[in-house]
Design a protein around this ligand. Sequence first.
Ligand SMILES: [Fe+2]
Length: 477
Amino acid sequence: MKKALALLLAIIFAAVPCMTGFAMSEESWYEYWETDESQSGITVFPGSDESERRFSWYSGSGSEPKVEITESGTGSKKVFSGECIKTYSGDYANKVTVTGLKEGTEYTYVCVSGDYRSDEYEIRTADGKAFTAMYVTDIHISDGEDEEADSVRDDALLYNNVIEAAGNISGIDIILSAGDQASRGLEREYKGLSASPAGRGITFAPAIGNHDRKGVDFRTFKNLPNEKKDGLNTSYIGFDYWFLKGDTLFMVLESNNGSGIDHHAFMESAVKQNKDVRWRVVIMHHDLYSGRIPHRESENELLRLIWGPMFSEFQIDLALLGHSHYYSVSDVLYNNKTVTEIKGNDELVNAPGTVSIVSGSINHPRTGEEELAFNDTLGYYYKEQGSQIIFNLIDFKEESITVKSYSYDTGEQFNTLTLKKDSQRGGHPEKGAPLYQPLINLAGTIYQFFNNISVWQRLKESGFEVSLTDVLFKGNR
Ligand SMILES: [Fe+2]
């Protein structure tokens, strides 16, 4: 009966992107929420490139998981197997990688593990070098301290409605999420994050936020490509990773981890392996330049010492950040200094540095009137009319990247930023990093060793049975 209800709801939801202005009603969502299908946590992560996708979902029993993938039109079907690992709650997390996907092709997929067989969902690969991403941050699916289910359910509904609102404006190929997907890092929260039927047809690329690191379940939730697992110091729950899409190299950085030596080695290797890709985009959680929260400015100053020169050395065009829950755009920066001022609604041709954007938040938009911190690299910030519930649609093309930023409350497109360049280098200088930079990177690596000890203490105090050896060294696997 539940299966039939889930199927009926899935058919209804499949029509949703065609209905302009439609958001799922509370009543429909609450019914869907009670189905096993809503709680299966199905997520499609990026593969190393467009020909791959990596699937992840939860099940109550462990067995060899499979993804059945069928090319729409031809009906040609392939089955891929993977592995399952036990989660901290006693469930199983299933991981399957699908390869050999063609460009510009629609597929349907079904996830199978033991006696669980998911509904059928559609995914589409990008055609050529153009694709559209939705960039959001701080989705904050939150399990309340009192363990009540309602907050996860309600937060997941808002996120679902944001996906649908964005999907009404443009088809979305991938969601770029700059961290704090969950507030306590719990499996239940990641199940809520991945409950949206519309989201299950879109690839999801998450960075790890400081809140994701409050628990340990991001580690079993994720299934990500090209992770750097061999660092001197890494995070227990995840790593830097990269993937290619269109003509863009995405480097997703674990910014809770201050190990500058490891991040530098990761970026150097990712860039070296993808020399001919035109655009380089970083996604990470900590905001560095947004400066809307004065007490965080000292933290940002320290983080900028590590990340700013790295963005410049590796000629990063665009950095998509989070953490402050306020929308802002930095000037074009080179080694943390403004080289071109921007004021909003700009078009930049051959920018001589990196632009960083911080989006708002989905479930925890800030509404206070905090003073701007005195940070002269902040180019533009959005003074909200509704709230800081913000989503961005980014059109990636060979010759340009255009970021269109929207208020969820008003539907207004309040800012547009276009980057253009006529070659891979564009306007990026080739000066290399400051001579003292390796020392700063080393200081970050030493700091992280001790920080990992405090992470282990905090996890223990929160009731997680995690050994110190695991936190210090098994993150390195
Ligand atoms: Fe956050």
